[in-house]
Design a protein around this ligand. Structure first.
Ligand code: SF4
Length: 583
């Protein structure tokens, strides 16, 4: 049983002004989206004879105030509970759900996994509610071996022989096995969601598998081109240096380009939503990109591509010819070459603006640009200058109609990633950290506003300035988007009203926090909960601004049913290779 916890358990009974921490990702501030690894682990275990169910507790709790996770967990009797603690914003929820599982089922093992679990494995295994931590970036095989051990399969390995495992022996001693499993490629996983389709039908439980609130109306999925990265963005826990230190990964593991193209085509059989290709397809070199574009050529569904560096005209035209319904995403972070370089992005404005021009010329459907607040060498004025730069881009680069260049800005929040260069050496990069341990982050998550949740500030902006510049930048960019016709007047007004309300509330929370009497403080915070809840969704922009326009039916349910039957029959054929699906 794989469980996905909300960021804070139980957020429904807390008064927390989350701020724009999740405005630019599909999740709400509860971070209900589960990591893609949950589905690859589930599919891998099923392929090896185990039955696996995923329950997205976070989305169930968001969907219904009356949903009772405790009641649901009490009714379950799995061989083991697995809980993802991949992103650190789940530090509170994941631990509380582990505690709940252990309280209700003391005899059932509880395992945790994910990047944050890997970083904090020693702290986690000290907790009585955690029996195992499975470390590394690819845990499909170690989890399978652990499950074979737990279920007493003949020939199952001893705990000491399971790679990547941190565990507690019967004498209480803690053992940390080597990270010996770090596959060189992604050939061992299947990333086309066929497992999810089958499991939904088997358990008749669509609600628990939904990846995030609103997904049925906008079924975006991800295709994974790589685990690892060749870049070194300073605050990223998925950088090359972090992968090497935490996951024993010296080189990224790539999905074979033809398999990546096939994954996308398989997804398109049941979903007409966009497929986000995670990872710059040029990271493995020009031959990889070329093979992928050859394999995907003629695909007409919506695809979102990300670039980590500038690209030349030839590459962009090749992408446009292969996947005409494409959106491009680039994270510029700042208008300033100096700030961007300090953050670790390798390109300058001149080359990335050329890339944008090539993309617009080649007919990109949308060009989404992401800027960030809380960067090294970035002060308040620099953030405002970034908004001026956004106007320049909207005005001078995208002169066509309808406009396709869409800038977004949000804070680096709530946490600098553990394992990133900034987290490991904050002073070297001009940062001050307020939380280092898992327990400190767990406690930070229940602070009453995102200002107090932030685990850092910089030499150039303290937490107040990060908050102030975020709201001011959000206001200015929203007005510019209205002026250039990227959002309509009514939507712009709604966004402006939300930002102003959030600004008032954060000041109110500050006032309450200055009260010495803890009981009175708690009472006053609870009293403003209705306003706080109403300001918690989409602060600096509406989530729909991120959506690629979709026409007609988004999920093809007859195709889902057909896909399910076909997959079941295929897997019963003994000659069928178990790790591939052909179209
Ligand atoms: S933020 Fe930078 S280091 Fe992290 S995955 Fe993206 S490109 Fe790689």
């Amino acid at each position: 049983m794989l469980l996905h916890a909300p960021s804070v358990y139980d957020f429904r009974h807390e008064s927390i002004l989350y701020g724009p921490v999740s405005d630019l990702v599909p999740s709400t501030p509860v971070f209900e989206m589960y990591p893609i690894g949950l589905t690859t682990i589930a599919e891998y275990l099923e392929r090896h004879g185990l039955r696996v169910r995923i329950v997205n507790l976070a989305v169930r709790m968001l969907d219904s105030d009356s949903f009772d996770p405790e009641k649901m967990i009490r009714q379950l009797r799995p061989a083991a509970f697995g809980i993802d603690l991949h992103w650190l914003p789940h530090a509170h929820g994941a631990i509380e759900i582990a505690r709940l599982c252990k309280k209700l089922h003391p005899d059932i093992p509880v395992m945790l996994g994910g990047f944050s679990s890997t970083y904090y494995h020693r702290e986690l295994i000290e907790r009585p509610e955690v029996d195992y931590v499975v470390r590394g970036d690819s845990t499909e095989e170690p989890v399978l071996q652990l499950m074979q051990h737990i279920t007493g399969r003949p020939g199952a390995p001893a705990l000491a022989d399971i790679p990547n495992l941190t565990w507690r022996g019967s004498d209480g001693a803690i053992h940390v096995n080597e990270i010996g499993y770090s596959p060189a490629s992604l050939d061992h996983v299947l990333i086309d969601y066929s497992y999810v389709v089958k499991a939904v039908a088997r358990y008749r439980d669509l609600a628990s598998f939904v990846p995030f609130k609103g997904w049925l109306g906008y079924p975006i999925t991800a295709a994974l081109s790589v685990r690892g990265c060749t870049h070194g963005c300073r605050t990223c826990g998925g950088s090359a240096a972090a992968f090497a230190a935490l996951h024993n990964r010296r080189r990224p593991a790539y999905r074979a380009p033809e398999d990546l193209a096939q994954d996308i085509r398989n997804i398109a059989r049941f979903s007409r939503g966009p497929v986000f290709i995670l990872g710059d397809i040029r990271q493995a070199g020009p031959e990889y990109a070329d093979r992928f574009l050859t394999a995907i050529a003629g695909y007409h569904g919506p695809v979102i591509l990300e670039l980590f560096d500038a690209a030349d005209r030839e590459f962009i035209q090749r992408v446009a010819a292969a996947m005409p319904n494409w959106t491009l995403e680039i994270s510029l972070e700042s208008h300033s070459d100096e700030v961007r370089a300090a953050f670790g992005r390798p390109y300058k404005n001149s080359s990335i603006e050329d890339t944008m021009r090539h993309a617009l010329e080649a007919g990109v459907q949308r060009l989404d640009l992401f800027f960030m607040i809380g960067l090294p060498r970035q002060d308040y004025q620099s953030v405002m200058d970034t908004i001026d730069y956004c106007e320049y881009l909207m005005r001078d680069l995208d002169t066509g109609s309808p406009r396709r260049l869409i800038p977004f800005i949000s804070p680096l929040a709530p946490f600098v990633d553990p394992g990133s260069q900034v987290f490991e050496h904050p002073e070297r990069h001009g940062y001050r950290l307020f939380a280092r341990t898992l327990e400190e982050h767990r406690q930070a998550l229940v602070q009453p506003s995102w200002k107090y949740v932030l685990n850092y500030e910089t030499e150039w902006m303290n937490r107040d300035q990060i908050v102030d510049s975020t709201y001011e930048a959000g206001l200015r960019l929203n007005r510019l988007k209205a002026r250039y016709g990227l959002v309509d007047a009514a939507q712009a007004q709604r966004t402006e009203a939300r930002i102003l309300k959030a600004r008032r509330l954060i000041a109110q929370v500050d006032d309450i926090m200055s009260i010495q009497d803890a009981e009175r403080r708690a009472k006053l915070l609870w009293a403003i909960k209705p306003q706080v809840d109403s300001a918690n969704l989409s602060t600096v922009c509406e989530k729909t601004e991120l959506n690629v326009p979709l026409a007609g039916i988004r999920l093809n349910l007859p195709r889902v049913a057909y896909f399910f039957i076909e997959q079941t029959l295929r897997r019963r054929r003994p000659t069928m290779r178990s790790d591939k699906v052909t179209n």
